[in-house]
Design a protein around this ligand. Structure first.
Ligand code: SF4
Ligand code: SF4
Length: 192
């Protein structure tokens, strides 16, 4: 069975040069989101298929294969889900997609309206962009929105975002909305 997936090269190009602020937001916080914690537990999941953007031999990345059930991913996700940790500053052009989309997160309303909000997940550090609601560059917001519109065509990612959105609503989180739009028709994507 052919496994269709997101065109990550296109999304890496879209997000290659855009930054949340005009200058380096790392100057506000000494790049706290790029610093390993004491136990070096911080890291990020790759999106399904994003691993093709890496050789697996990067000396700044440590890889782990995780079980989707154990990590509470929706049933459409299959093993392995890749979790990566950076052990030193990355070459910026190689950074994973999660780093490119932060600090925005997607939220899907019941009618599939797509919102971009500031990340609501508990973080082990404080991001001033989120805590101070610093206005982000329009081109950054636009690029992130385009990425999510593409990512959400993958049923697995759609399921995850839908699940997270429902949980957020059940917990009565009132997210700060940065952008509102629509998603294009969801195409079924063959899972493994
Ligand atoms: S924590 Fe926030 S402000 Fe600091 S570098 Fe990361 S995204 Fe930028
Ligand atoms: S991969 Fe790069 S951008 Fe992402 S957290 Fe690590 S050092 Fe920061």
């Amino acid at each position: 069975m052919t496994k269709k997936t997101v065109d990550y090269k296109k999304l890496y190009n879209l997000t290659g040069d855009v930054t949340p602020l005009q200058g380096d937001c790392g100057n506000l916080c000494r790049s706290i989101c790029c610093q390993p914690d004491k136990e070096n537990t911080l890291g990020m999941y790759l999106f399904p298929g994003e691993e093709v953007m890496f050789t697996g031999k990067e000396d700044w990345l440590r890889w782990e294969r995780r079980h989707p059930v154990e990590d509470e991913f929706p049933p459409s996700w299959s093993y392995p889900v890749y979790f990566v940790r950076c052990t030193k500053p990355c070459p910026r052009e190689k950074r994973p997609l999660s780093c490119r989309l932060f600090p925005l997160a997607p939220h899907l309303l019941g009618d599939d309206t797509l919102l971009l909000i500031y990340e609501t997940l508990p973080l082990p550090y404080s991001c001033p962009l989120i805590t101070e609601k610093i206005p982000l560059r329009k081109d950054f917001i636009k690029a992130v929105a385009q990425c999510w519109q593409e990512l959400l065509k993958d049923q697995r990612i759609y399921d995850l975002v839908k699940m997270d959105s429902k949980e957020r609503e059940q917990e009565d989180h009132r997210p700060y909305i940065v952008w509102e739009g629509t998603i294009k028709k969801i195409k079924a994507v063959d899972a493994d």
